[in-house]
Design a protein around this ligand. Structure first.
Ligand code: SAH
Length: 389
């Protein structure tokens, strides 16, 4: 594998990868562009702080998803899709991906070739393998491989698992995920552990977190730590507050804040992530945090009916943003502070407009660059209540 310095001279880009929209732009200019973008969307509501960039903006992705295909000349291949097509580019030397994760993709491909696995066709329901997902705990070094297959039965799975281990000894667990349906979603609902514990762990903000194949975990751990520290600082906790962590995933933000709060409630739709959050609370000996599996909007309404009143709400919704239902219920619950973490400042700006109507003021927004060389941007906005209820 040839190490390369930046996406500018990446061989995959020349082959049509398209993953780095900002490949040509020097990093300081990327940050300036992101800053201007955040300002354009959010300055109407309050000041926008300077963007937090990375010192070394390469090799930051600790989650890699690669897809299998058959190539007349090369046989079974595995890698990233070229932009707008199903053509697979080899997972070789991507400047954004973690090197160990990339090595694991190679090991999986080699083992799959030796086991004579074929590519699954969801329309005809023939073949075996679809995708592979690698997740690496940056600080623990643990490495999880999830092999996504169409059929339930993977012939020779023991031999396959043993070979992956031999070829990449850093792999600490191997999971088979079943996804027979014709869908663009990578993972299906069912998992079977082929070896190891079926999850990995990573440390963040002094705590240890469990990551299962299907649960959300930020892809850039170095920046995630800064993002969470910023969010928790903005919450201004004194140790007396009831904190709600909405869209909590594996509970990372709420648990990192639990030491500075009276109690933490977390709500999350994905059941596997909620189980991880509960396990994370146990393993870190945190006794003042509870996690609920529910739609965040419905849960907020329930809290409003029960007159339960959090003092601080963290909200970290998916790219599509929150919902009018959630935001209206938030207005009713009237926490004094809302820390809104967003991976799409345009939906964040839309939701802040609604929160302003609910009686909030944006104190400031801080953009955080979680995804250098791409156009994506994260942003943390602090909102405080201006009207008494
Ligand atoms: N705060 C977490 C996760 C953020 S990603 C972290 O930093 O790791 C957004 C999360 O919102 C995902 O875990 C997703 O499963 C969850 N989610 C999406 N829609 C939801 C809904 N309607 N109600 C509750 N959670 C939802």
């Amino acid at each position: 594998m040839q190490p390369i310095m930046t996406p500018r001279d990446c061989p995959l880009r020349r082959k049509g990868c398209g993953g780095c929209q900002y490949a040509e732009i020097p990093y300081p200019q990327q940050l300036a562009r992101k800053q201007a973008h955040a300002r354009k969307l959010l300055a109407e509501w309050g000041p926008v702080e300077p963007v937090l960039g990375m010192e070394d903006p390469c090799r930051y992705r600790c989650k890699v998803t690669a897809s299998f295909a058959e190539d007349g000349r090369r046989g079974l291949v595995c890698g990233l899709y070229a932009k707008g097509s199903r053509r697979v580019l080899p997972a070789d030397g991507c400047p954004l991906q973690d090197e160990l994760a990339e090595q694991a993709v190679h090991a999986v491909l080699q083992a799959a070739r030796e086991c004579r696995y074929t590519v699954y066709d969801p329309m005809r329901r023939t073949g075996l393998v679809r995708h592979v997902q690698i997740r690496r705990g940056l600080y623990t070094g643990q490495l999880m491989v999830t092999l996504v297959t169409g059929p339930d039965i993977l012939p020779g799975s023991r031999r396959f698992a043993a070979r992956v281990r031999e070829l990449c000894p850093d792999v600490t667990t191997l999971v088979q995920n079943l996804n027979p349906r014709p869908t663009s979603m990578v993972l299906g609902d069912k998992c079977r552990t082929l070896f190891g514990p079926g999850f990995i762990e990573d440390t963040l903000c002094g705590l240890r977190f469990r990551i299962s194949p299907a649960s959300f975990y930020q892809v850039n751990p170095r920046q995630t730590q800064r993002l969470y520290e910023l969010a928790i600082r903005e919450a201004g906790l004194t140790g007396r507050e009831t904190v709600l962590d909405a869209y909590c995933g594996t509970g990372t933000i709420g648990l990192a804040a639990a030491g500075r709060a009276a109690q933490v409630l977390g709500v999350e739709l994905n059941a596997a992530a909620v189980r991880d959050a509960q396990a994370n609370a146990r393993h870190n000996h945190i006794q003042n945090a509870r996690f609920v599996c529910a739609d965040a909007g419905e849960y907020m309404n329930r809290l409003a009916e029960e007159h339960a009143a959090p003092d601080v709400v963290f909200m970290d919704p998916p790219r599509s943003g929150s919902t009018p239902e959630f935001l209206a219920a938030l207005g009713k619950l009237a926490p004094s502070r809302v820390v809104y973490i967003s991976c799409d400042p345009s939906t964040q700006a839309r939701d802040i407009a609604l929160l302003v109507r609910e009686g909030y003021r944006m104190v400031r927004a801080t953009p955080v660059d979680m995804f250098p060389y791409t156009e994506h941007l994260e942003s943390v906005a602090l909102l405080v209540r201006t009207e008494k209820r």
